[in-house]
Design a protein around this ligand. Structure first.
Ligand code: NDP
Length: 290
């Protein structure tokens, strides 16, 4: 048996097409052009690439892209003032502060300064609290993309047993909450968990968000399970995920590759979140993307 490969690149393209069509409709019916502002502090090369890609896709779907590149020495007060100015700017519907920030700046203080309805990364405590209590929220982009791929692959997730490996605030925890809100039975594993392999063998859905190359082996996976590999690990052999793809694909029913799985969905979900943010700010009904 060989698993179906979940093509994240193609799925992300479909999400972006859908967002683009809805952006056109918004402009025609409401006269609104969604705007996404990205702030980059300092010159981290990986962040530079992310910010460039975000701006490219923002423009491609017909949104307005605002980019702010601030020097590494920017003070926390100056950054907070920038965020507040963007909160007050009606042309800006989404604000993203690229992380990590230089060490002299408190990331939580900056995230909490973003207006929750413009927090398209879903990192503000209000959005985190809403997700945790099952209310409508702006949800962090990477787990949102994983959840959309799971829905697309499996349909109704009710009653399925999901194992999420990793409990970070950016991926593991919001992933577990999304699955719980979809009525899955959720197990969250982390570095102190005993016998993850045995938990894996009971799981209909396995999401790996660890940061350890090829940690999840084929024998950890329940036959026919759907496996989502969030990991991005740079090794001498190139980019690999947290799942040992070669052994996993002989057992799983469906699996995301690395690269070309979860990665491309993250920016697509950022655009979807920006569209949702526009609807929240203008009190318009928002139908889910796909
Ligand atoms: P973090 O380092 O913040 O969290 C890793 C989690 O894995 C922690 O909860 C940690 O447990 C757990 N963990 C570490 N070692 C083990 C182990 N041996 N067994 C079980 N659990 C373990 O990482 P992130 O959540 O930010 O990212 C996870 C991966 O996803 C990374 O490879 C990252 O590059 C990738 N990523 C990909 C994105 C994309 O767009 N595709 C976006 C974001 C991340 P504990 O809490 O106990 O320390």
């Amino acid at each position: 048996m060989s698993a179906t490969i979940i093509d994240g690149k193609a799925f992300a393209a479909r999400v972006r097409e859908n967002v683009a069509a809805r952006v056109r409709e918004l402009r025609n019916t409401q006269g609104i052009t969604p705007g996404l502002a990205v702030i980059l502090v300092g010159e981290d090369p990986a962040s530079e690439v992310y910010v460039r890609n975000k701006a490219k896709f923002t423009v491609e779907v017909g949104m307005e892209s605002f980019e702010f590149r601030l020097p590494a020495a920017t003070t926390q007060d100056a950054l907070l003032a920038k965020v507040r100015a963007l909160n007050a700017n009606p042309a800006v519907h989404g604000i993203l502060v690229q992380l990590p920030l230089p060490k002299h700046i408190d990331e939580n203080a900056v995230i909490d300064a973003i207006a929750p309805e413009k927090d398209v990364d879903g990192f503000h405590i209000v959005n985190r609290g809403k997700l945790a209590t099952g209310q409508d929220a702006l949800v962090p982009c990477t787990p949102l993309g994983c959840w959309m791929m799971l829905k697309d692959t499996l349909g109704d997730l009710t009653g399925l047993h999901a194992l999420v490996i990793g409990r970070s605030n950016i991926v593991g925890k919001p992933m577990a909450q999304l699955l719980l809100n979809s009525s899955c039975t959720v197990t969250v594993a982390h570095s102190k968990t005993r016998d993850i392999a045995a938990l894996g063998r009971q799981a209909d859905i396995l999401v790996a968000a660890v940061g350890k190359p090829k940690m999840v082996k084929g024998e950890w996976i329940k036959p026919g399970a759907t496996v989502i590999d969030v990991g991005i690990n740079r090794t001498d052999a190139g980019l690999v995920g947290d799942v040992d793809f070669d052994s996993a694909k002989t057992v799983a029913g469906a699996i995301t590759p690395v690269p070309g799985g979860v990665g491309p969905m993250t920016i697509a979900c950022l655009l979807a979140n920006t569209l949702k943010a526009v609807h929240m700010q203008h009190k318009l009904d928002f139908a889910p993307i796909l």
